[in-house]
Structure formats: C-alpha cells, structure tokens
Design a protein around this ligand. Structure first.
Ligand SMILES: NC(=O)c1ccc[n+]([C@@H]2O[C@H](COP(=O)([O-])OP(=O)(O)OC[C@H]3O[C@@H](n4cnc5c(N)ncnc54)[C@H](O)[C@@H]3O)[C@@H](O)[C@H]2O)c1
Length: 269
C-alpha cells in the first residue's frame, strides 16, 4: 500500500524504538519522513537505511525540549517537502524512576519538559502550517501511565496524563481547521530486545492478557491508521495498543483465575 505517497511526516524520537518503527512504516507506505532525534548518529543511520530501501527520509539532531530545535525541525521539513502533513510526537523518556519522597524539582521538570511541553511546542509550530494547508494529522504518544500509575514514576505518569488532556484540548481547538489530533497508548513494548532479560520477559508475558510483550511494530500499524483516510472522523481519541493490560483489574500478587485454569482448545471441541 502507498497510502502516504506525497505526504510529509515528522516523527520525533525516531532513531530507536517505537518512533523508528513508525517512521519506517510511513516511509514504506510512500511518505517522506524526517527522523528527528537527540541521537544524531542513530538518526542518520535510520534515514540512510530507509533511503537504501527505496524510501525518502532525512535525519536531524533535535532536542524536543528546545523550542529553537523544534522550530528548526519544522522549517527543515518545509524546506525539503514544502509542508508537514503528519506530526508524530513520539520522543519521550521513561528511564529515571524515583520514589516521590526521594524526588526533586529537576527530575519533575525533566519529565514534564521532555514528554509534555515538547508536544505542545511541536504542535504550536506545525498547526498554523497545517491550518493554512487545509488540514493535517497529529499523533501524540501517551502511555498506560496516563490513567493507571506506575510505582516510582509520578512525574512520568503526570506528563502522560497531560499528553491525553493536551490531545483532547487540541482536538477541540484544531477541528475547525481540519487538523485531527489523537493519541496512541502503548502498553509494555520491548524496544531493545537485546537488553531484555529472559526472567523479565517471562514476568512481562505473564502480566499481559495476550501473553507477550509488545514490539515497536505493534504501534506502527495503529499510527498509520490514525494518519490515514480510514480515521478521517477520529479526533481526540486515545487509542490503546497494549495487548489488554489496561482492561485488566488484577493485583500482580493476587491471581484468582490464572490463565492455566482456562479451558484448553481441545476441551472446547
Ligand atoms: N516502550 C514502552 O513500553 C512504552 C510504553 C508506553 C509509552 N511509551 C512511549 O513511547 C514513546 C517512545 O518510547 P520507546 O519505548 O520507543 O523509547 P526508546 O528509548 O526506545 O526511544 C526513544 C527515542 O526518543 C529519543 N529521545 C529521547 N529524548 C529526546 C529528546 N529530548 N529529544 C529528541 N529525542 C529524544 C531517544 O534518543 C530515542 O531514540 C515515549 O513517548 C514513551 O513514553 C513507551
């Protein structure tokens, strides 16, 4: 399918992980893609691989916390492709967990600036261009942490709660201009399989109703769907892609009906 032929797409944080898989999918479906990431070397490599595979991509070092970098990112995309059709606000940091009582202001600011303010800055930069062009699509990366808390991650979860509120608010303000704004809500996604420990893998699989951790590619199809004509009447939605984690009411310590008590397929025949 070449659903995005002639479209231009910015994906932040697309040198690795979920953003990389999303950028590769848009490029494979015909879009020109900007790989915008703090890790410039990896961004250049990802863009080169896309081009080598016959796609269109450029790389740029961007710190999404900086409004100057964000403005330069949008200007570079307009210079290359003449417009921005799709913005995927994916860049985020999840790495530093701290108990609230051991936290400080710098920790709070880091997560709010990286995960939330960055999305405001990028939307602020692209929305006037999209409006002048008659419309566009914005996808903000949220997390299950927006509505269910992780231990030791108050700042991360607050930033993602903000992402969902931002998404709804922007959807309202921008709908009259033809700009749709939705969020993706990933579950447990294994972005660097080489770092995954087998024990953690097993524990992860046991807590996910679908029985496995997600892959970055699991987010690529939903992102492409949200940006496609098939989602033309969707705005303000938070699309959950988590193998069933958020619908599950269960304490990890109390398992009243474990999957090994489920009827086997042969029992049902
Ligand atoms: N992996 C998961 O389980 C999971 C779950 C829920 C939500 N998410 C969200 O998905 C998004 C992507 O996460 P991931 O797991 O792919 O992470 P990842 O660490 O694999 O990739 C994140 C990318 O963002 C880049 N980045 C980080 N800070 C940046 C900055 N200031 N400016 C520009 N680029 C920056 C990194 O260099 C990296 O390439 C994040 O917003 C994250 O919160 C991930």
């Amino acid at each position: 399918m070449q659903r995005f032929q002639g479209k231009s797409v910015i994906v932040t944080g697309s040198a690795h992980g979920i953003g990389e898989a999303i950028a590769r999918r848009f490029a494979a479906e015909g879009a020109g893609v900007l790989i915008a990431d703090l890790d410039e070397a990896a961004a250049v490599l990802t863009a080169a691989e896309i081009v080598a595979a016959g796609g269109s991509a450029n790389a740029m070092r961007v710190d999404v916390k900086s409004s100057d970098d964000i403005n330069a990112m949008v200007a570079a995309t307009v210079e290359t492709y003449g417009k921005v059709d799709v913005l995927v606000n994916n860049a985020g940091d999840v790495t530093i967990s701290r108990h609230f009582l051991e936290s400080d202001e710098a920790w709070w600011d880091h997560f709010i600036d990286t995960n939330l303010k960055s999305q405001y800055l990028a939307c602020r930069a692209v929305a006037p261009l999209m409006a002048a062009a008659g419309g566009g699509c914005i996808i903000n990366m949220s997390s299950g942490g927006a509505t269910r808390s992780h231990r030791g991650m108050v700042a991360y979860d607050a930033s993602k709660g903000g992402v969902e509120a931002l998404t709804r608010g922007l959807a309202l303000d921008l709908a009259p201009y033809g700009i749709r704004v939705n969020a993706l809500v990933p579950g447990l996604i294994v972005t660097r399989p080489e770092h995954a420990e087998p024990i953690a893998d097993k524990r992860r699989a046991d807590t996910v109703p679908m029985g496995r951790g997600g892959t970055p590619q699991d987010l690529a199809g939903p992102a492409a769907f949200l940006a496609s004509a098939d989602a033309a009447y969707m705005t303000g939605s938070c699309l959950v892609v988590d193998g069933g984690v958020l619908v599950q009411q269960r304490s990890p310590q109390v398992e009243t009906f474990p999957p090994d008590r489920f009827p086997s397929i042969s029992d049902l025949a």
